[in-house]
Design a protein. Structure first.
Length: 469
């Protein structure tokens, strides 16, 4: 079929779909999330025809651009927004999911070169699993877990896993030469991992994370042996179970914990067990760095109550942390380390394990600094606490580092350099923290954490490479 004719046909079908849903919405007043998914499912199923409609990525990118332009116009142009905006934006949460959808389709089509399986499976997961999870969660959701935007249901996530599993298993079984056992294991792994992506996404980013993550995972797992796939499945299940069992010992909400499990999987699968160790040590030990005050014995000042929100209420006898930290906190803590991990993979530079370890040590020290009381902030006692946090974080991360790389003059020098980098990051955060705490959101604090730890870990490489001549 001619590409221009195909583009026109697709746009006409999508326009007719929106008109039909608007009529349905006016007549029956269904739940807004149901309307959104009734739009997304036909859109996704329609895009599955793209490998047969288009022979290159150019018309798909053009079609995605036209769709994004139309969707942006719906948001900005009031008459259109009043007429059709509720089809897309009737839910109470803020979301750009409908804009991410065509962008994801274009990216996956380009990366897959129009391969029906590599393109179709990620889009099928997004189309079916995401929609089924939302509808099941609304209708049957009883057990809820906390996210950065409120709550999601365990029933919805389980439905997502099942739909994702079959979206992978059936196409691979029927349309590929992959063995039956491999197909089963790949479907289980992708179902679990993409379910984690859906659970941690916010503001509609699941429409971007799910297809892109599915494509990368599918492409990387198709060539693996049964033994490799079985190990990856076991590690995935183990990480998820561990963070869920650890949930009452942390300040992380549920989606943040699942995000930590996904970071652990990335670290292990891309770098190996030694690259898993630093983020795992941070997750297990960071509660030791969070300030604890028994408010029955030592009531907090109003200023401290505003800052130290992770502490339980005085009347709470459970003595458990308030789980206030979201996936954004996890990303800010892991960003510098993930940068070195992602650089290590294509460049094959084992020495990047050093700044990777330093990044997590620096973040662990900053966790302690972030918990300091705002009362008498510049007092000498706080300086001592910062010093103790730096030493503890350095020892917890760099003793395993020395065990892994072996004791030598160069490794000891690197570890001492890690102490300097950890200290500089913590001091920089300590100095800037009073200003950061006066901001209305934590975004600048997250950005500063990423900046300080990235710079410190990057500067640590100077002794290894020397100054440019």
């Amino acid at each position: 079929m001619n590409s221009w004719l195909a583009i026109g046909l697709v746009m006409a079908i999508l326009g007719g779909l929106m008109l039909g849903l608007r009529v349905y919405q006016r007549r029956f007043s269904p739940h807004p999330e149901v309307v959104r998914k009734l739009l997304h499912m036909p859109m996704g199923l329609l895009t599955l025809s793209f490998p047969w409609l288009f022979t290159s990525a150019v018309p798909v990118v053009l079609l995605a651009s036209l769709s994004v332009g139309w969707l942006v116009l719906l948001r900005l142009y009031k008459p259109l927004r009043q007429e059709f905006g509720s089809v897309l934006g009737g839910v109470s949460r803020q979301s750009l999911g409908e804009i991410y959808f065509p962008i994801a389709v274009a990216i996956v089509f380009t990366l897959s070169h129009g391969d029906p399986l590599l393109f179709g499976i990620p889009i099928l997961i997004l189309t079916l699993a995401d929609a089924i999870a939302a509808i099941i969660g609304i209708r049957y959701g009883q057990v809820h877990y906390s996210t950065s935007e409120g709550e999601k249901s365990a029933e919805g996530s389980l439905a997502f896993f099942m739909a994702a599993f079959f979206s992978v298993h059936i196409p691979l079984l029927l349309l590929s030469t992959t063995g039956r056992t491999e197909t089963l294991l790949i479907a289980l792994i992708l179902g679990l991992l993409v379910m984690l992506l859906e659970a941690i996404a916010w503001r509609g980013l699941d429409n971007l994370f799910i297809p892109l993550g599915s494509f990368v995972l599918l492409q990387s797992h198709l060539s693996m042996s049964v033994a490799d796939l079985a190990v990856r499945l076991a590690v995935t299940i183990g990480l998820v179970l561990f963070v869920l069992c650890w949930r009452n010992r942390t300040t992380l909400n549920d989606s943040a914990l699942l995000g930590a499990a996904f970071v652990g999987y990335l670290s292990w699968t891309l770098g190996g067990w030694r690259w898993l160790l630093p983020p795992l040590i941070l997750l297990v030990t960071y509660p030791l760095f969070v300030s604890w005050v028994d408010q029955q014995k030592m009531p907090l000042t109003p200023q401290e109550q505003k800052i130290m929100r992770w502490l339980p209420a005085p009347s709470d006898r459970s003595r458990q942390w308030q789980r206030i930290h979201t996936i954004h906190s996890v990303l800010s803590v892991c960003a510098a380390g993930l940068l070195w991990l992602l650089l290590f993979v294509p460049l094959d530079r084992p020495e990047f394990f050093y700044p990777y370890t330093l990044a997590f040590a620096a973040n662990l020290a900053i966790v302690g600094v972030a918990g300091l009381s705002p009362v008498n902030y510049w007092h000498r006692a706080h300086v001592v606490r910062v010093t103790v946090h730096v030493l503890k974080a350095w020892l917890l991360l760099f003793i395993p580092f020395l065990v892994i790389v072996g004791l030598s003059a160069s490794s000891i020098d690197a570890a001492l350099g890690g102490l300097v980098g950890t200290g500089l990051s913590a001091i920089a955060y300590y100095i800037s923290q009073p200003y950061l705490r006066n901001r209305s959101t934590d975004r600048l604090a997250w950005a500063c954490r990423v900046l300080y730890t990235t710079l410190a870990s990057a500067l640590s490489l100077i002794p290894l490479y020397g100054f440019p001549s």
